[in-house]
Design a binder for this molecule. Sequence first.
Ligand code: IMP
Length: 459
Amino acid sequence: MGNRPTIQSTLPTGKQATSVSPLAGRCTAVVGLQWGDEGKGKVVDLLAPAFEAVVRYNGGANAGHSVVVKGERYALHLIPSGILYPGKLAVIGNGVVVDPEVLLKEADGLRSRGVDVSGLVISDRAHVVMPYHKAEDEVRERLISESGGVGAREGDGKGGIGTTKRGIGPCYADKAQRATAVRVGDLANVEALRTKLRRICAFKNATLGAVGCRAFDPEELTIWAAQMGERLRTSIRDTTMLLHDLLETGKPVLFEGANAALLDVDHGTYPFVTSSSTTVLGIPAGTGVPGSRIDRVYGVVKAYSTRVGNGPLPTEQINPIGNRIRERGREFGTTTGRPRRVGWLDLVAVRYSAMLNGVTDLAVMLLDVLAGFDELHVCTAYRHKGVLIERFVPDSEFLYEAQPVYTTMPGFSQEITAATSRADLPAAARAYLDLIEKVVGVPISIVSVGPDRAQTILA
Ligand code: IMP
């Protein structure tokens, strides 16, 4: 098992967290169990001190992890949240699609705020999001939308998938297509890159040009990409070997999932998903570290549901309840600023995601947002065509037709943002957490009652 590091609470109150040992395993993962934006950044930030490296394995700049440290908010899209701890390696694994402009801007922004970014390492095998990928994302969404939408039903996803337009899907598609792909390692070899981009631009201009995209000039792109490569050069490594070297010497590694289980390209609410493997199942392919190395998985759950973009959200509240949660929870996208769709907690979905990820610990986030409701509703089953269903069905058509069956819980009126232990919480909030543990069948180790690092109950 190697060393099992113990997480020390970072609560500035001087209080030591109780019964948190051992929080970390040799390899630990933090993954979202809903549709993203659960608060994974905060959990990673909390756990990071015990690890040598924090590693992203999927997605790209579509993710938005916000972390609040000493009242300062950091919004990270590509760089692992662990960067906020000096001395840690922040690794972008081969499974990530890297927009070099976003990456460099993010690194510059952190530097200008005094954050040491020297621990940033990028896999030479990660794929590069090129300008034509973003153009393609945009044009696909528009054309699909104009042609009637995504789903099988009329009007279903008529706005397209509702992507972040960060070029994620087109970049992963090129990775699978191979001949038109650019990897981070390619950025260092300008002559080879020039040849490759000539070929790629001929293809892209023919295909994207036919649907109204601007033409891309291979020489311009070569100069742009070479500049990016030059600035990133010292950070580019074979991260698979780096991670295995760390593990061989007993160093613990933390994996930071981006997006979330229900957006997984295989196991999510397809086709309204992102283009990568967002669960722990994506870690082996996205980093080169086998799944057998992972012995602790934190599943991060928001105390209610949110979703950005199109697709089913069975417990959605398009009413004053949803508006109140959106305002209190500041539910506007970190990446796109879009207002998030809001609904009651869906434990049928969360239980499924916990199963997929082999979750060992739950982290329940934003519990404070629910203060002030007389009653809280939690979906514990669906009714579909008159039949009671207790198992999640990752099928958009099914979910559009499924009616949530709610368990109604008493609400809590008092604010809970100062609570430092589960015992400090009002009885109704404790009962809400008990219900989550019972239905999901996994213990809660972390409860977040506010955005700051300090506003955390380690249970
Ligand atoms: P894409 O990843 O930009 O292709 O977008 C596909 C779908 O996933 C859209 O509905 C996005 O809103 C959603 N999505 C992608 N990443 C995130 C995330 O980090 N949080 C929430 N939703 C996301």
